[in-house]
Design a protein around this ligand. Sequence first.
Ligand code: AMP
Ligand code: MG
Length: 410
Amino acid sequence: MSEFFKVVAPDQAFQVLKKHMPATVGAEMVDTAGALGRVTAEEITSPEDLPAFARSTMDGYSVRAQDTFGASEGMPAYLEVVGEVPMGKAAEVSLATGQAAVAYTGGMLAGSADAVVMVERTQKVDERTIEVLRPVAPGENVVQSGEDVRRGDPVLPKGQVIRPQDIGGALALGLTTLKVSRKPRVAIVSTGDELVAPHQRPGPGQIRDINTYTISGLVSSCGGLPIHVGRVEDDFEAQKSVAAEALDMGDIVVFSAGSSVSSRDLTASVFDSLGDPGVLAHGIAIKPGKPTVMGMADGKPLIGLPGNPVSAMVVFDITVRPAIYHLSGCVRPPTLPTTTATLTRDIPSQAGREDYVQVRLSEQDGTLEAEPIFGKSNLIYTLVRADGVVRVPLEKGGIYAGEEVSVRVY
Ligand code: AMP
Ligand code: MG
């Protein structure tokens, strides 16, 4: 077996690609209602004031604050109730001195009113009269027009991943469409003579293709659009032609398997055949996942993930994921959720190599424990049964049982 060449540190893996990558894929307009997880392609400013009218924040009475000054339980202010402002309706009632109108949370204030008295601070004397037991200041219990956001205010920065509240905020302003980055297309090719489609029964020596689907799921989870280009046998010409197709269809090309250095591993030479600069790095100082190929052709990143499904998922996170965020113009990529737990067993590691160890989490007497899943770490059910993964940094020679670790939770 020949040696890996151009091995890079894990934190350099994406940098190798980034240097050669274009800024972003283009933009498109989408319905705001369906824009969850998309990335804004421009700064969005408010076309109007919100709220558009002064609104009560309490159930009670619209009043002129001045009429309540000095009011107390012993010396209440007496106000005449001249009507109500129904929800969803313009205020048809206007107050003269000494008058009040019934107000509901979120409703408009009566004309000439400048404050709201909570219903709890009043007493009904008769159908037309209330006692106000405490004074209110002008503006009290009122959201002023434009208090939430003013016309022209920035409401969403460029490069932001759209969250549910952002959708609500945009729609509150009538912004029913938003300009977002097009979803980066990730063209996925699974290589290997042994692969069959999941609906097929594998013959002797064959296995069902896992990676096409786990990689697709990962691509979708970070806002990319997975494209299944196909499964292809370990044949250079066949792979080269599928790779050219993938390069045509995708903004990123991802190959699964064949990424190591034996004579059966074709990914590196296929990438080199696609154009300049071809392979930029071969090997990442990481376990699992060392046999990874990274290259560029036609201004598009080419990423050859290891065939081992666990390795493929680990390496995806440090290569394909940042590439998708980069091409989406995402300024602050969402951080993956983590939790702190106490390690139950030593994790050995070699300095100079980053290790990723799958763990199961459980609660023991109020503390969260992380139990490493050792053994045959190349099995898909290692991942299915795992709750998260612990990273042993490059410079560390392992982590001892009892130490606190940060667990990236799935
Ligand atoms: P390779 O990277 O080609 O050396 O493959 C490493 C291991 O991953 C081998 O056991 C392959 O059978 C397995 N493998 C390769 N591709 C896939 C795939 N698409 N789904 C599941 N396992 C795979
Ligand atoms: Mg193979």
